[in-house]
Design a protein around this ligand. Sequence first.
Ligand code: FDP
Length: 333
Amino acid sequence: MKGRRITLERHLRDEAGRARSPAAGLPPLMTALAGAAKTLARQVRRAALSGSLGYSGDVNVTGDSQKKLDVTANETVLDAVASTGLVAAVVSEELKGAKALSDREEARYILCTDPLDGSSNTDINGSVGTIFGIYPRAGGGPVDEGHDLLRRGSEQIAAGYVMYGPGTVLVYTAGDGVFGFTLDEDSDEFVLTHDRIRCPSRGHYYSANLGHLKEWHPGIRRCIEHLTERDPATGRPYSLRYVGSLVADLHRSLIEGGFYFYPADGGHTNGKLRLLYECAPLALVVEKAGGRASTGTQRILEVRAESIHQRVPLVIGSALEVELYETFMRREP
Ligand code: FDP
């Protein structure tokens, strides 16, 4: 990249230096997460060589068969954040309950994470990701599930994701702007490559598992019919793009416009994706970039979690497409 080279460390220092930045206490935690991402990028890249492809033989708490990489990714992220002493507890897709890490006063944060999202892609050398949302503790003393963990996404002070694709990209927001960093493997540094990302207000892609189409809300089926009709004046038909890895599909929508959705269906009556460590962190990123995220009827960031592994329907991406989807859901059949 031409011009001044800004590493993640440098960027975090600059942000922390701004008097009112909400990121002030976050640099060591973000640095630890970036460190975990570097380790994971290597583990994912070398998985076929190190015998780490395939299933672990266990099933996680939400019923998914765990991949070996799910297990190592979880350990990698937990070890990294535990070493900072800043995190009181972690909610992870791979842990049945929240894991308490520290009861010291400096442990001011709660981390919600999906350490390896899209793990059905690991064995075919496809893109996968890590998702994280960071909350301030609600109070002192021992972590209280109701107050500290069952939160609204709007209470996050930072959130982001790492995408392990052809390159490794870390995208995060601490409230003021969304920033994307690409891992420079020569220097082993994350370098700012996407400054103050803005999600285009509309795009021409939609991403969803159409295998469930017949079981969707009639409004969503009508929305698909609308998107696939030919009308060059409004850019229709839209093109379908579906990696089947939320982070990768979301990253496309964030950068190029368009939207991703995973509604309720016969097998997933509340949708498939988890509120605390998939939907809420990505909703914060997308909203801070000017996009939208909703259940189809409610803004994701306003949904208060009722349990740590709660699922919700999700539609996320360019503001105009998310609005269109919501409009179709509201219309009478
Ligand atoms: P995966 O099960 O592979 O971890 O988080 C769940 C998730 O992937 C998302 O990343 C992805 O978008 C979705 O599920 C894929 O679900 P389908 O296989 O039903 O399309």
